[in-house]
Design a protein around this ligand. Sequence first.
Ligand SMILES: [Zn+2]
Length: 216
Amino acid sequence: MIKLNKLTVPPEIAEKIRQRQQHYNELDAKGEQIPDSLASAYKAPEVKELLRCETAEKCAYCESKISHVDYGDVEHLLPKSKFPQLRYSYENLTYTCSVCNTKKGDFFDAQTPLLNPYKDKPEDHLMAVGSMIFFIPGSDRGLVTQKRLALNRSNLVERRGERLESVATLIDQIARTKTSAIREVLLHELKEECEASEEYAFVVRTYVEAVLPWIN
Ligand SMILES: [Zn+2]
């Protein structure tokens, strides 16, 4: 998990969201059945597309690239079952893989909320050790987030390991090259590997910081 920033919602989409919420509130106040199309309109295509841009098509929780293998889920940071007034709120939505979405379910604990990648700094609560992610000792929220979302699922650890192997190869090339132009190109590639849009940036950044003394 890395820190994410909310995009500004274009006015025409904000207006659609406002209308959906208003319609929902009116039906709810009259005790009428909410049609499925309205109940699920929080994940309308234009909203989902914005969220996909915001997370660089990665799961907001586990950082797996979603779009080439899955449709991805529109996820309520605070569960809609407990915060129905936030069903359509863009601020309360993000984009996740279906596994993280299912693991989270409708979990909410006011005392120990899950980390919110838009509001919290994940590195204050979680740390990467190689391809594993641990909670920082003493961080209840880190513990709950790591365990609840199962951030060390075996397939995740395996894929993070493959990413680190590839970055390690690049770093080795940097350490060995004697040509300054090649070194510059490779250092630029390394910088790109650490960007927020890259898969598993959290573990990659930690690894790169740890090995920097060997290539500086
Ligand atoms: Zn995920």
